[in-house]
Design a protein around this ligand. Structure first.
Ligand SMILES: [Zn+2]
Length: 302
């Protein structure tokens, strides 16, 4: 019988030795815990052991896994939708400033709001999404969308990964696709959570973006740069998504209260201040943001 879990060497430097970093709860089933380890050579933090690619699907079945929601159900959803709108505006502005115009592939496009907005701004868009319901929704908007990267052909001016890379088992395979699909001068745009942000440090094992076992990796900006560099890409600039610390604080606070099953002694005001501190840190140094956004281009020599 196949085992549902696998143990891996460091995905950044391939070193075999690591030490325990944190035990983190599954936020949809907090009694279930997973181990994060830290590489002894490069310091990268990742889920180990982790569910195999074949087995991970069951952890996405939780009905309120929010990224693909399209209906508005509560006040939280209203605020979330408003912030999403502003986030999309920012992402489009960055896309216009860097890429200018052309073909964009959004990997892990969810229900396709970013692609729809990019299309309205004159980009030719395409998506990839593993969730069948989300994919059907995107296709219904007239946007070409594939289930896997294998199914996509052609060359793009930009590939975007908004909080997606941390979900992908085979990073080398991913970069092979990136190299195949990106034009020689194209842009690779990647946003991932940063476990060294103020909000992450404040909530420790309850930080919502540890999101085990769906998040397989916890990149510091330099880890992602290292990975990109290994595959021939160089950092051009770094920005940040400004609202993510507040979102993290809100959900981390809930998770913490749920896990401790008693009233948490920290105040709403204190937690809100953590959000602000994290926001300011990101404003001053995108490297320290809760969600840094990296803009890479292929190195000329490769
Ligand atoms: Zn390492």
């Amino acid at each position: 019988m196949e085992t549902p879990f696998e143990t891996i060497p460091c995905p950044i430097c391939q070193h075999e030795e690591h030490e325990p970093f944190l035990h983190v709860p599954n936020r949809f089933q907090p009694e279930e815990e997973f181990q994060l380890v830290q590489c002894r050579q490069c310091g990268f933090v990742y889920l180990n052991p982790r569910p195999t690619a074949e087995y991970i699907g069951r952890y996405y079945a939780a009905s309120d896994y929010d990224p693909h929601r399209t209906e508005i159900r509560s006040l939280f959803d209203v605020v979330y939708a408003a912030i999403q709108k502003i986030n999309i505006g920012l992402k489009l502005r960055w896309l216009k400033q860097t890429v200018g115009t052309g073909r964009v592939l959004d990997v892990g496009c969810g229900t396709g709001e970013f692609l729809q907005a990019a299309q309205k701004r004159g980009f030719t868009v395409e998506g990839m999404e593993v969730n069948a319901n989300a994919r059907e929704y995107v296709a219904g908007q007239g946007i070409p969308v594939a289930e896997t990267l294998d199914a996509i052909t052609g060359s793009f001016d930009a590939l975007t990964f908004w909080h997606v890379v941390e979900h992908i088992h085979d990073l080398s395979g991913l970069f092979q696709h990136i190299r195949r699909l990106l034009k020689p001068n194209g842009w690779l745009i990647i946003a991932v959570p940063n476990h060294q942000a103020v909000d992450a440090r404040a909530f420790g094992r309850f930080w919502v973006a540890y999101d085990a076992p769906r998040h397989l990796y916890h990149f510091r900006p330099r880890d992602l740069d290292q990975l990109a560099k290994h595959h021939g890409f160089e950092l051009q600039q770094r920005r940040f998504l400004p609202f993510d610390p507040f979102y993290n604080v809100l959900l981390s606070r809930n998770l913490k209260r749920q896990c401790l099953s008693k009233e948490d002694s920290t105040s709403v005001v204190g937690d809100f201040l953590v959000g602000w501190q994290s926001f300011w840190a990101g404003w001053r140094h995108p490297d320290q943001a809760a969600s840094p956004v990296a803009f890479y281009r292929r190195r000329a020599s490769r």
